[in-house]
Write a protein that binds this ligand. Structure first.
Ligand code: ADP
Ligand code: ZN
Length: 529
């Protein structure tokens, strides 16, 4: 190998030690850094906490010119830049939160070659003056962070990202490195296509986070269930609790505080100062819990988050994996705990049905939700299921709830037929639509006012389902939804049949269901920590 080939690698290692104070590269970092320093394009898929930042920061320091980092995380730019400056790196950012003077300062630093790294919000690149500015300076590389935002198939699409395809046309000689912690195979392909990364080398790390224990439980009294988890397994630990709505964020944080557990809320409805305060308390204090909407967490680097709890169903497996990935960055045992119920599915369906955007968009959202449901209702190893979703193979892990206490399978064909034929009868009825509650009441033979009002006690299926209790019927509904044998739609979460339902009704298809474990055996699970 010629000497010039060796030089960059040793520069990189020297920079890693001198600037960042680390001894060695991790995983693919060395190969990625070397490739980009040599001027190659790269597409990097690495789980949260894998160490993506160094993959572009080191080449930016080694190559002549300024490394331009495109990131959607405007709220974090100040922190990122401060951290780099503390390490002696000359960094700046341009985004909409700045005043004119601050922007001027960064721009002239850029032009004078006094910057190593410049962070940009993607929308800056649609401003002609920014493009002209970039033209006048020397760029060492483009880093496209959170690259999955360019993919429409992904769960976090941002239209501003589409124009990043133009980077290559305008600056064909500048190497580009696109990075993401979340990409299914479809998203991975879409990123490469949309960013014109045909020549890029792909670096795909294992997405597995072996120290995270995945657990998904049925939701009955979410706050109580959470409290029990915290008291039995996570006394004094720092963690993140995700809720869907601002209101439930507030209520849950209050509930924890009332029960003597330090917690603060975080959501987009709080003013910026409160949010910043809660975020920095979370980073600095030990054992604080943040109860948050998904607005919280992107780019937050706290190593000792011991658990991530979801009190509502995430909208996609990608989102779920990204959020749970914030636990256990230090590699120590951590818990990803999710409580979900039928109501979550009904609510999310409704949100999808009423969401803006075209049919294709709604279909995508629906597919994301279905995959999430399938993960919740699987009888197989959660980790295997998750990694398969990201196109990676794995063996049963021994560190998830289904591995630790395998759910029993049972032949649910007959209950499924009873339920589906009730749905058929309800659909035939004067075109009225009914949800799971009414359907189950009919199966159980309950003469509620609503049952009597619609004379549903005269239906042939009235009272034919007393072999199961109400929670079991709800589990049957959830699993039929997860298996695509039933769907919910509309404001009232009406149940509707799918193509698969017909096969079940005609007896051509067997339905295997999972028996709900009474309750996760806490002691057993805890000993795995
Ligand atoms: P990601 O962006 O992939 O989520 P980060 O770049 O934020 O991950 O890195 C996660 C953590 O790992 C950070 O605290 C970072 O300083 C640390 N880290 C990354 N690479 C190394 C390394 N080679 N040696 C030691 N620590 C590292
Ligand atoms: Zn497992």
């Amino acid at each position: 190998m010629a000497e010039t080939d060796l030089a960059p690698a040793s520069d990189a290692l020297e920079t890693l030690r001198r600037v960042f104070g680390y001894d060695s590269f991790r995983g693919d970092q060395a190969a990625i850094v070397e490739h980009v320093i040599a001027g190659g394009d790269a597409l990097v898929l690495m789980p949260t906490g894998g160490g993506k930042s160094l993959c572009y920061q080191i080449p930016a320091l080694v190559r002549p010119g300024v490394g331009v980092v495109v990131s959607p995380l405007i709220a974090l730019m100040q922190d990122q830049v401060d951290a780099l400056r503390n390490a002696g790196v000359r960094a700046g950012f341009l985004n909409s939160t700045q005043d004119y003077a601050a922007r001027q300062e960064v721009e002239s630093a850029f032009l004078n070659g006094e910057l190593d790294l410049l962070y940009l919000a993607p929308e800056r690149l649609s401003v002609e003056s920014t493009v002209r500015l970039l033209d006048r300076g020397k760029i060492s590389l483009f880093a496209i962070d959170e690259a999955h935002c360019v993919a429409q198939w992904g769960h976090d699409f941002r239209p501003d990202y589409l124009q990043l395809s133009a980077l290559h046309e305008r600056w064909p000689d500048v190497p580009r490195i696109a990075l993401t912690a979340t990409a299914t195979e479809a998203t991975h392909k879409e990123i490469a296509a949309r960013l014109n990364l045909d020549e890029a080398r792909h670096f795909v790390a294992s997405f597995d986070r072996p120290n995270i224990q995945y657990r998904i439980v049925g939701k009955n009294s979410p706050q109580r269930q959470l409290l029990e988890l915290l008291r039995t397994e996570h006394q004094g630990d720092a963690g993140i609790v995700y809720c869907l709505s601002r209101n439930s964020v507030e209520k849950t944080a209050e509930f924890l505080v009332q029960n003597g557990i330090p917690a603060v809320p975080y959501h987009a409805g709080l003013d910026a100062r409160t949010r910043a305060k809660h975020q920095s308390r979370f980073l600095r204090e030990d054992g604080l819990i943040v109860v948050a909407t998904i607005a919280f967490g992107m780019g937050i680097d706290k190593p000792d988050v011991r658990f991530v709890a979801h009190l509502d169903l995430p909208k996609s497996v990608e989102g779920y994996y990204q959020e749970t990935g914030r636990a256990g960055r230090d590699g120590l045992p951590s818990t990803a705990w999710l409580a979900y119920g039928l109501q979550d599915v009904v609510q999310q369906r409704k949100m999808i049905d009423t969401s803006e955007g075209d049919d294709a968009h709604r279909r995508r959202l629906g597919a994301h939700l279905n995959a999430m449901l399938a993960l919740c209702e699987t009888v197989e190893c959660r980790r295997v299921q998750i990694l398969n979703y990201f196109g990676q193979k794995a063996e049963p892990c021994g560190n998830c709830d289904t591995c630790l206490s395998p759910p029993e399978k049972w032949d649910g064909t007959i209950p499924a037929q009873k339920l589906l034929s009730t749905v058929v009868r309800l659909r035939n009825e004067r075109r009225q639509k009914f949800g799971a509650g009414q359907t189950i009441d009919i199966l159980l033979g309950k003469s509620t006012p609503k049952v009597t009002q619609f004379q549903h006690d005269t239906l042939k299926t009235f009272g034919i389902g007393t072999e199961l209790a109400e929670p079991e019927w709800r589990a049957v509904v959830r699993q039929l939804l997860a298996q695509g044998l039933l769907e919910v739609e509309g404001d009232y979460g009406s149940l509707v049949l799918t193509e698969g339902s017909a096969e079940v009704l005609s007896g051509d298809r067997q339905v295997m269901l999972r028996r709900e474990p009474e309750r996760a055996p806490a002691a057993k699970v805890r000993s795995a920590r």
